[in-house]
Every structure is written in C-alpha cells, then in structure tokens.
Ligand binder design. Sequence first.
Ligand SMILES: [Fe+2]
Length: 493
Amino acid sequence: MTGKSKNVKKSEPTVAVQSKNEVTGTGFVVKIAVASVVFFLLQTLAHRGIEQALGSSHVFEETEPFFTIENFMDDADINELRNFLYEKRRFVTGLDAFSDDRGIEHIGEGVDADENGNCPKDLYRTEQGNCFIPGRFDIGKHFFLSGGLTGAKETYEKLLSSIYAYYGILPKDFIDTSAILQRLFERPQYVEAMDTLCRNHGQEDYYFKPTQVNIVLVTPGQDLPLHYDNGWFWGANRFTIPDYLTVAMTTSGLWDHLKIRQAQSVVYLHGSEEEPVFKHGGNYVFYPDGPGGKMRQLVPKRGMGVIMDGGQIPHGGQRIAEHVNVANHGSKDQFHRVEYQSNDTWYIMNDDDIISVVNTDDLRLSFVWRGLCFDSKEHADTYDSYPEIPLEEILDTFEADMKKRGVLPKNAPRPPPKEFAHTLIKTYISMPPQNVHNSLPFNYCILSKEYPWLKTILSPFCTDVQEYKRLNDELPPARPFCGGRMSTNCPEE
Ligand SMILES: [Fe+2]
C-alpha cells in the first residue's frame, strides 16, 4: 500500500507538468482552435443540411406585395373594438370558431375510431369519432419538427400546449355596416394595397367579398405557427376538399387559372397610446420572397395595419412572452377558451377547469378580416353555385405532376391514400425552417414521440409539459357564462 502510494506521489509532479505544458503550450491552443473550427463547420453543415431537409429553397420570381400602414386605426376606433372584447367575453379556438359545415374531409384514408376511441398511427380523431389526416397537418408537421419560429426544443406534449389562439367571430355584414371599417376602407394606403392585391392585370375594377371578420387573442407562451392561408379556387375550397389540398393547389401552381385572389388585413389592438409596442414581443414573421427567401419581421404595434395575400406568403407569429412555460392545456379534444371575468382579468379554461389567469395587457390582440377578390359583385355571386371540381380529378392532376417530377414512379399505381397525402404535403407545401434566433432549426425533442425510450436521454435538453393543474380551488369561481357549446357556472333554469 505504502509503496503504491509512494509511486503515485512520485508520478504526480510529472503529470502536473505535462498538463501545464498542454494547457499553456502553443500546440494545445492550435488543437483547440482546429477543434473549434471543425465543430463550427460540422454544426454549420448540420444546420444547413437540416434547413435543406426541412425547408425549401424556392424563391418567387417577384416579391409578393405586402403593405404596412402605421396608425391605420385611430385610438377611438381601437377602444371601440376593445369594448367588444369585454362584451363578447368568450373567445374560442379555431376548431370551434370555424366549425362550419364541412364537405369532404379526407381523400380516402378515413376510418372509424376503434372501440376504445383510438385512431391508427398518423390519423387523428374528429369529434364525430372518425380518424383522418387533420386538415392543417402541414402546419403541425412543420411546427413540431422545426420548433416553430422561436426554434423551441420541446417535447411533442409541451408544444401541443403552445398552439392555442382564441377567436371571436364578427358577423360578415359587419364589414358593410361598421363605420370603423368604412373609415379604414377610405384610407388611401388601404385603397392602394387592395388595388394591388385584388386587381388582375388590366382589370377595370374589382369586388372584395369578405369571408371572415374576427378578433384574435393570443396569450403568453403561445405560438402562431408558420403557415399559408387556405387557397380558394373556382370549384374548390376548404368546404369541398381537405385544407392542405387547397394550400397545395396554390403552392403547386397547377390551378392558377382557377385561383381567386385574396387579401388578409390585420390591425393590432393591444398596448396603449403611450406604449403602442406589445410588451411580450411576438413579432409577425413572413416571407414575401418565398419560403427560400429572406425572413421579414414586424413588431406588432397598436393601430398598425398589415395587408397581404396570406395564401401566397408563408406567415406566422413568434411566440408571445417566450420565457413563459405555458400551463398544460390538457387534451386537445376538450373545450378550450378564454373568458373575461372583470378588472382586466381573463381565465384560460379547459372544459370546467381554470388552467391559467392573464391580464388584458398580456394579450396580443388583433382585428382581422380576409376575403376574396372578384371582378364584380355579379361575378362573386356566382361563386357558390359554381360546379365543384371532383376530388378525384384534383388527385389525378397531383399524381400526374408528381410522376412528371419523378416523386412517384411513372408506371406504378397511386400509393394508398394516407401515403399519397403525406407525399403530396411533402412535395408541395414547404416552409422555411429558420427561426428568429437563427438557432438549430430542428426540434430533436420530437424524436421521443416516435421513440419513447429517448425521452429520458433527451430530458436535460428538452422542455417538457408541466403537470396538468386545475386552479379552481385557488381562484374565485369563473363568472357565469350561459349558452354556447358549454356553459360556465350557469344557474339551472
Ligand atoms: Fe394566416
């Protein structure tokens, strides 16, 4: 024992001297420098490789027009619209807000859920108990893989709680009857924007037909994932075919002869006259040069208007209050909403559970209207009765094009519907993978969804969802809300 200790003691100074030389010597510095360069190059290559794999290098021939108008809406009008928030009181998710009657929702992959209500892999359950590829699968796929516009490194379960935005729909005739909108429509900058977006070449006049008018609330910790708006065509739209097909019809360029031009306008309502910039960030991000073009960002500022064709330009919103680890929102199949209480306090609710509390100040508020551009009112009036393009005809056109491009083998039959839909989304709907922090554009945390054993290994590098918590015992009861899909504390009649 003693002898061994002696030996060790003897060797120690030698080791120490060697280390000292290594640490301070020129050789060591060179090695570190080389290793750093190699690491940097590998990281850059991985970054580029992932960008290429997840995104698109497609650049438009011309920059798509977009318009920003400072102080588009004046303060009196902003306040009038904000009063609508307090009167309406309840704002619901897009799923509930836009659940109008749907036509065909799948291209043949649809099956019934099994006796336990479960769907096969890659298919998602609807309220009616059917299993489909969801209409906006294209948005979800890109969001979960890329980590969204902030490049989040978060588990699938966590990101599922970060995709909520809440809507209040205004009647379509609001657009014709509202004095606020009439004032905006007369602004020369708006006229110029709509003239550019709505006119075809050489066209004398146009008629703008609104399809939606709403107010959107986004709460802290929520993303507005990058997307293209649904496409609209003579004979095809989101009521006749799945949403992702309307987008692919636009991005493929194969139906340009039937495409209807569209415009979406956003005006921000948050903040105050003194502090117009939203305190929780959440920039508007868009790519007017195409998915392979330069990222543009706008700081959401009270009263500012942003007008563009969202069917043509990929766009989205950076996460609001990035540092907030959002509450676990529970099952996506439950009734999610925000409800106004009083004193600028809002409850985020899931069925009967209160899961979070926010102030009006914390909400990113925008007023949005979108619509289609027709040659004339008469032209617009014929739209609804225009004969539908059969789904099979649309699928045949995509199939022929993918065979021409070499995506599908020429003489083979069309792949089964689920596989065909995934190939189609991958081929035609590509979005930029970059994020506002220019960090690695791949959310590796998503791997644990496919390979659950990876969850523990990845856990130090990934944010997971919080435990589901019901705050009902800690807060005053939610103010009664009677009527609608679900009443809150509504007294029995
Ligand atoms: Fe949009």
